[in-house]
Structures are given as C-alpha cells and as structure tokens.
Design a protein around this ligand. Structure first.
Ligand code: CLA
Ligand code: PID
Ligand code: PID
Ligand code: PID
Ligand code: PID
Ligand code: PID
Ligand code: PID
Length: 312
C-alpha cells in the first residue's frame, strides 16, 4: 500500500537519527516541562479518544509490529532493526490514517500544551542535528501520504455488553474498593519516578508482555474500555478521582478485556511486573493509604478475579 511504500522512504530519511537517539535514557520518563498532572491527563485523554476511534485491527497490527521490533533491538542505544523500524512506522501511519485528522491534531495540540518549548531543541542537541533535520523532512513527506489515505469519519462506537457476570461482579468490586481509590494521591509525581534499581531494557521486557496481551484482546472490548476511561476522565473531581459509576464501568470494561485473553497471557504480564517492581514500591504505596481500605479493595479484587477467570 502507499503508506507501506512511504514508510520505506521515511526509513531512508530517519534511520540514522533512530540509531543516534539513546532510547535507554531515563530522561524520557520525565514530564516534558513543568509537572501539570491535570493538563497531562487531558493530553492522555486525547490519546485515549484517538485510540478509541482507530481501527481495532490496525491497532493490533501496530502492537504486533512493536513486539517484533523489541525482538530485534541491538546495541547500547536500544535501536531496532531497519526493517522493523520501517514496519512500525508503516503500522502507525495506518493507525493515524484510520482516524479523522482532527483527532490527531487534538493530540498534537494537547501534548504541545504540556511541553516546554525548549524540549525539542534539547532533544536535537543530543543527536547529529543534520540527521534530525533529515528525519523531520522525511516525516513531512510521509504525513502527506497518510493524509491522502485518511478517513473523514470515525469508526462506530464499541458495543458494550450488559447483564453479564463480569458487569455484576464489577459492582461488588467497585463498592469494596472506591474508598481505597479516594485515598490514593492521583496528582502525585511519584508515578513518574524510575523503578529502584531497574534498567530500561529490564523494564521494556514487562512492557513487551503488555503489548502482547493488548494485541490478543478482543478489539471491540478494548475500544469499549478506552471509551469507559474517556467517560471516567470527564467526571473527575479536583483531586483527580472519577465518580463511583464511572469507576464501576472502568472495572467492568477491564475485567472483560482480561477475560478475552488466555490466562497465561495475563500471568506473563504479572510475572514480568513482579520482576521489576520491588516490594519496597508496593509497601510505600500501601503506607500512603488507609490500610483497611486497601485490604477491602484487595479482598474485592480476589473475588472479582474468579468471575473473570470463569469467563476466560
Ligand atoms: Mg490503567 C492498571 C492507572 C488508563 C488499562 N491503571 C492500572 C493501574 C493504575 C492505572 C492504577 C496500574 C498500577 C496498579 O496496579 O495499581 N490507567 C491509569 C491511569 C490512566 C489509565 C491514571 C489514565 C487515564 N488503563 C488506562 C487505559 C487503558 C488501561 C486507557 C486501556 C483501556 N490499566 C489497564 C489495565 C490495567 C490497568 C488492563 C491493569 O491491570 C492495572 C491494574 O489496575 O491492575 C490491578 C493498583 C491498582 C489500582 C490502584 C486501581 C485498581 C483497584 C483494583 C480494582 C482493586 C485494588 C487491588 C489491590 C489493593 C492492589 C493491587 C494488587 C495487585 C497484586 C494486583
Ligand atoms: C503544524 C503547522 C503547519 C505545518 C504542519 C503542522 C504539524 C502538525 C503535526 C505534527 C501534527 C502532529 C501529530 C502527531 C500526533 C501523534 C499522535 C499520537 C497518538 C498516541 C496514541 C496513544 C495511544 C494509545 C494506544 C491505543 C489505546 C489508547 C492509548 C485502545 C483502544 C503545527 C507540519 C502540518 C505527532 C493514540 C495506541 C495504545 C492511549 O501543523 O504549518 O508535526 O505532528 O493507550 O486505545 O486501546
Ligand atoms: C499531520 C498533519 C495533518 C494530517 C495528519 C498528520 C500526520 C500525523 C502523523 C503521521 C503522526 C505519525 C506518527 C508516526 C510515528 C512513528 C513512530 C515510530 C516509532 C518507532 C519506534 C521503534 C522502536 C523501538 C522499540 C522500542 C525501543 C526503541 C526502538 C527501548 C527503550 C502531521 C495526517 C493527521 C508515523 C519507537 C519499539 C523496539 C527504537 O498530523 O494535517 O502521519 O504519522 O528500538 O525502546 O529500547
Ligand atoms: C527542532 C527544530 C526544527 C527541526 C526539528 C527539531 C528537532 C526535534 C526533535 C529531535 C525532537 C526529538 C524527540 C525525541 C524523542 C524521543 C523519545 C523517546 C522515548 C523513549 C522512551 C523509552 C522508555 C522507557 C521504557 C519504560 C520505562 C521508562 C523508559 C519505567 C517505569 C529542534 C528537527 C523538527 C528524540 C519512552 C519504555 C523502557 C524511559 O525541532 O527546526 O531532534 O528529537 O526507560 O518505564 O521505567
Ligand atoms: C498468585 C499466587 C496465587 C494466588 C493468586 C496470584 C495472583 C495473581 C495475579 C494478580 C495476577 C494478576 C494479574 C494482573 C495483570 C495485569 C495486566 C495488565 C495489562 C496491561 C496492558 C496494557 C496495555 C496496553 C493497552 C492495549 C494496547 C497495548 C498496550 C493495543 C492493540 C501470585 C491471587 C491467584 C494484575 C495489556 C491496554 C492500551 C500495552 O497468583 O497463590 O494478583 O494480579 O498499550 O494494545 O492497542
Ligand atoms: C488473576 C489470577 C489468574 C486468573 C486471571 C487473573 C485476573 C486478573 C485481572 C482481573 C486483572 C484485572 C485488572 C483490573 C484492573 C482495574 C483497574 C481499575 C482502574 C481504574 C481507574 C479509574 C480511574 C481514574 C481515571 C484517571 C484518573 C484517576 C481516576 C488521574 C491522574 C488475578 C483471571 C487471569 C480489573 C484508574 C481513569 C479517571 C481514579 O490474573 O489465575 O480480573 O482484573 O479518577 O487519573 O486523576
Ligand atoms: C500489600 C500487602 C498485602 C495487601 C495489599 C498490599 C498493597 C498494595 C498496594 C497498595 C498497591 C498499591 C498501588 C497503587 C497504585 C497507584 C497507581 C497510580 C497511577 C497513577 C498514574 C497517574 C498519572 C499521571 C498522568 C500522566 C502524567 C503523569 C502522571 C506526564 C508526562 C503492600 C493491600 C495487596 C496505589 C499513572 C496519567 C496524568 C503521574 O500489597 O498483604 O496499597 O497500593 O501525572 O504524565 O506528566
């Protein structure tokens, strides 16, 4: 297709740049400017809306391309192979083309809003500037091909199951865990801190398991989960906490996407996370909330998971 062909040209123009970026640099965990969690949540919300509007099959293929690319990483900078670089660009170009232009521009504008104008120049200073310029020229040509293949209307909204066992169980889970949700400091910057003692390649292994799980999920249910998050963001209070109803809808939606993949795929995520999250992290989280509320939430979760497993 045209986007695939254009991605090869983009690769010619951008792979030198890709090799020069230090993908393992811890700087990418930082906010791209001053820390503004509510504004950042708005930017994430625009990405969620774009993801929910995208073609689910193309999203899956993009997830697969990333998984494959992680498998061909080499060298200290963590760069993937030239062929996989092109495949990721092609897959993302197709995802972008599957949503109306305005959804893409909304993400761009919202990200711009939380990005210090000095950040792009700083990023450029870390690589060969001429290669960055060459990559950008390549991107400008690529985007015209994407725009020429872009849809003008968003895909249909997801169908949300009703009256299923997971939905019923989500009510009990949410009642048991909403006090815990209210105890959590959602506006803290602690969630952007590096995991103690872990390197980027180690962390990427766990992300890879999530990518694999995402690619196996039922596309309609994943879209529904994204829509539920978007709705929940719309009802947050000043401390970032969503309404009980929207929280329940998020739990139901996430229970359903977990049930749409094999148990082992879920356990692979859990086991890889357990390898990189030290117990000091979990204990620290626990120390910031009311312990009884956390234990009630955990009890609710362990009951919920049996209903999910039965539907899996
Ligand atoms: Mg989420 C999970 C935040 C968007 C899909 N997500 C999580 C949590 C964290 C979070 C609260 C990971 C850390 C953790 O486990 O804490 N997501 C979060 C934010 C946003 C977002 C702030 C921004 C909008 N997510 C989002 C989108 C999607 C997902 C758009 C795609 C539709 N997210 C997704 C999945 C999962 C998460 C599939 C998880 O599995 C993970 C999670 O919650 O695992 C348990 C602990 C969890 C909480 C504080 C909230 C849930 C409370 C539960 C139901 C009960 C508590 C149990 C116990 C006390 C603690 C966990 C024990 C542990 C051993 C499992
Ligand atoms: C400017 C001035 C003109 C010239 C110009 C110009 C530039 C415009 C530009 C630009 C626009 C632009 C857009 C970019 C957009 C990037 C979008 C990224 C989206 C990320 C997402 C992430 C996610 C997920 C995911 C799916 C999940 C939801 C999420 C589900 C259902 C200024 C040059 C034309 C770069 C969507 C993918 C996992 C949130 O106009 O004169 O330069 O760049 O998890 O959804 O699971
Ligand atoms: C524009 C203007 C509108 C019209 C429009 C428009 C276009 C927007 C577009 C577009 C946005 C867009 C984005 C693309 C992004 C491509 C990103 C590729 C990333 C590849 C990576 C590969 C890799 C790895 C990996 C992880 C490793 C690092 C690597 C570590 C830690 C402008 C059409 C709407 C194409 C990251 C995965 C293995 C490098 O908005 O008018 O057209 O395209 O090895 O991580 O090692
Ligand atoms: C300039 C002037 C214009 C021309 C121009 C120009 C240049 C702009 C530039 C540039 C922008 C730019 C951006 C770059 C972005 C790279 C982003 C990389 C992200 C990597 C990540 C990696 C990771 C992980 C991971 C999970 C870990 C955290 C991490 C935990 C909990 C100035 C040329 C357009 C290079 C996210 C995945 C392992 C961080 O605009 O005239 O030149 O470069 O380790 O999670 O640990
Ligand atoms: C233990 C001991 C027993 C008792 C027990 C026990 C506990 C087990 C547990 C537990 C397992 C467990 C699992 C959890 C799994 C969480 C999984 C999260 C996945 C996140 C993903 C994120 C993503 C995306 C997304 C889609 C995108 C890709 C991504 C596409 C196509 C130990 C109690 C049984 C919590 C997948 C969603 C946006 C990466 O067994 O004695 O306690 O918890 O962007 O995909 O866009
Ligand atoms: C288990 C054991 C196996 C069998 C199995 C199994 C089950 C795994 C499961 C499961 C995992 C799982 C995960 C669930 C997670 C739910 C998370 C809910 C999060 C809700 C949020 C709501 C909100 C917001 C929002 C953003 C705001 C904050 C809030 C800010 C900055 C165990 C079956 C495989 C259900 C985050 C979105 C508005 C609070 O593995 O043997 O069954 O379920 O307002 O952000 O303000
Ligand atoms: C313990 C002992 C057992 C019993 C138990 C127990 C407790 C475990 C616990 C607990 C685990 C736990 C986890 C918590 C996790 C909270 C996660 C919140 C994530 C929030 C995010 C928010 C954000 C953003 C956002 C984007 C911004 C950055 C942020 C930028 C660029 C010990 C009870 C099981 C509470 C990610 C989205 C706005 C950070 O196990 O016997 O008690 O709690 O602002 O992006 O700015």
């Amino acid at each position: 297709d045209q986007i695939g062909d254009a991605a090869k040209k983009l690769g010619d123009a951008s792979y030198d740049f890709a090799k020069e970026v230090d993908w393992n640099n811890g700087v990418f965990l930082q906010a791209p400017g001053s820390f503004q969690p509510l504004k950042a949540l708005k930017a994430i919300d625009k990405m969620i809306e774009m993801g929910a509007a995208a073609d689910p099959e193309l999203l899956k293929k993009a997830a697969d391309a990333h998984h494959k690319a992680i498998g061909s990483i080499s060298g200290p900078n963590g760069v993937t192979s030239r062929a996989d670089w092109d495949a990721v660009n092609a897959a993302l170009g197709r995802v972008v083309a599957s949503v109306p232009k305005q959804k893409v521009m909304d993400v761009y504008d919202a990200v711009k809003d939380i990005t210090d104008p000095k950040v792009p120049a700083y990023m450029k200073s870390l690589v060969n500037g001429a290669d960055a310029e060459k990559a950008y020229q390549g991107f400008l040509e690529f985007k015209d091909v994407v725009a020429a293949n872009q849809v003008t209307t968003a895909s249909a909204a997801a169908t949300v199951p009703t009256g299923d066992k997971i939905g019923t169980a989500a009510k009990a889970l949410s009642d048991a865990s909403y006090p815990f949700i209210k105890d959590i400091d959602w506006l803290s910057d602690i969630y952007l801190k590096p995991l103690p003692g872990k390197t980027a390649p180690e962390t990427l292994k766990a992300i890879d398991k999530m990518i694999v799980m995402g690619s196996k999920m039922d596309g309609n249910l994943l879209k529904a989960a994204a829509e539920a998050h978007h709705k929940a963001i719309g009802s947050i209070d000043a401390k970032g906490v969503t309404s009980p109803e929207d929280y329940e809808a998020v739990n139901a939606a996430l229970g359903r996407i977990v049930a749409s993949v094999p148990k082992q795929t879920v356990m692979d995520v859990y086991d890889s996370m357990a390898k990189i999250v030290d117990s000091s992290v979990t204990n620290n989280m626990f120390s910031t909330v009311n312990p009884l509320d956390a234990l009630s939430a955990a009890k609710g979760f362990y009951t919920f998971k049996d209903v999910v497993e039965a539907a899996q």
